[in-house]
Design a protein around this ligand. Structure first.
Ligand code: COA
Length: 181
C-alpha cells in the first residue's frame, strides 16, 4: 500500500532534498549548504511530499519504507512582507502528473497567505517548457512589468540573472480563495 503525505520539512530533510534535486533537471541545483539553510532558517515555508510504502503478507505487515518524492523551497520576502518566493519545486519523475506539485503549491499558498502574502513570485528557465505550462495553468502571469525577448519561442526577461541568463519571471496575485480551506 502506498500513502503520500505533504508535510513541513524537518531540518535533516536537506540531505534527501539534495539527492532528489539531481533528478529534477532542467531545474538548477544547489550546494547542500543552501538546502540546509532552507530546512533550518526557512523551515516553515519549505514543504516535502513523502511516500510510505507498506507491504503486507497474508494481512500482516511485513515491511514499511518512507522516502521523499517532492519538495518546495520557498520563503517570505524580507524586503516586501506582502511577497513570497518559490525558489525550487521538484517532483520525482516516477511520481509526476499526479497532482503532487499542485498540493505542495497549495500548502505553500495557505501558509504564506496566512502570513500576509498577496503576491507569489518565481522564475524558470525558458527551456523548461513543462514548468512554464504548469505555472501558466495555475494562473501565474509571465514577465509583468519587464521588457522581454524571445528565447526559443518563449518570452523571457533578458539577462535577468546576468549576461545571457534570460529567465521567465512569474507572478501570481493570491486571494483568500487560494489559501482558505
Ligand atoms: C514541473 C513539475 C514540478 C510538475 O510536477 P507534477 O507533480 O508532475 O505536477 P502536477 O501533477 O501537480 O501537475 C502536472 C500535470 O498533471 C495533471 N494532473 C494529473 N493528475 C492530477 C491530479 N490528481 N491532480 C491535479 N493535477 C493532476 C495536472 O493537471 C498537470 O497537467 P498539465 O500536464 O497539463 O500541466 C515537475 O514536472 C518537475 O519536478 N519538473 C522538474 C523540476 C522543475 O522543472 N521544477 C520547476 C522549476 S523550479
Amino acid at each position: 500500500m502506498e500513502n503520500i503525505i505533504i508535510r513541513q520539512a524537518k531540518e535533516q530533510d536537506f540531505r534527501d532534498i539534495a539527492q532528489l534535486a539531481e533528478k529534477c533537471s532542467p531545474m538548477a541545483t544547489e550546494r547542500n549548504s543552501i538546502y540546509h539553510i532552507f530546512t533550518h532558517f526557512f523551515q516553515n515555508t519549505v514543504f516535502v511530499a513523502e511516500v510510505e510504502v507498506t507491504r503486507y503478507d497474508n494481512d500482516s505487515q511485513t515491511d514499511s519504507q518512507k522516502g521523499l518524492i517532492g519538495f518546495l523551497l520557498g520563503f517570505k520576502s524580507q524586503r516586501d512582507t506582502e511577497e513570497s518566493y518559490i525558489h525550487l519545486l521538484c517532483i520525482d519523475p516516477n511520481y509526476r502528473g499526479r497532482g503532487i506539485a499542485l498540493k505542495l503549491i497549495k500548502k505553500f499558498l495557505k501558509v504564506v497567505g496566512n502570513m500576509g502574502t498577496n503576491k507569489i513570485l518565481l522564475i524558470t528557465k525558458p527551456i523548461n517548457k513543462k514548468a512554464i505550462k504548469f505555472y501558466e495553468k495555475l494562473g501565474f502571469q509571465k514577465n509583468v512589468g519587464y521588457e522581454t525577448i524571445k528565447v526559443n519561442g518563449i518570452d523571457a526577461v533578458k539577462d535577468y540573472n546576468g549576461k545571457g541568463e534570460h529567465m521567465v519571471v512569474f507572478q501570481k496575485i493570491i486571494s483568500k480563495d487560494d489559501f482558505i480551506d
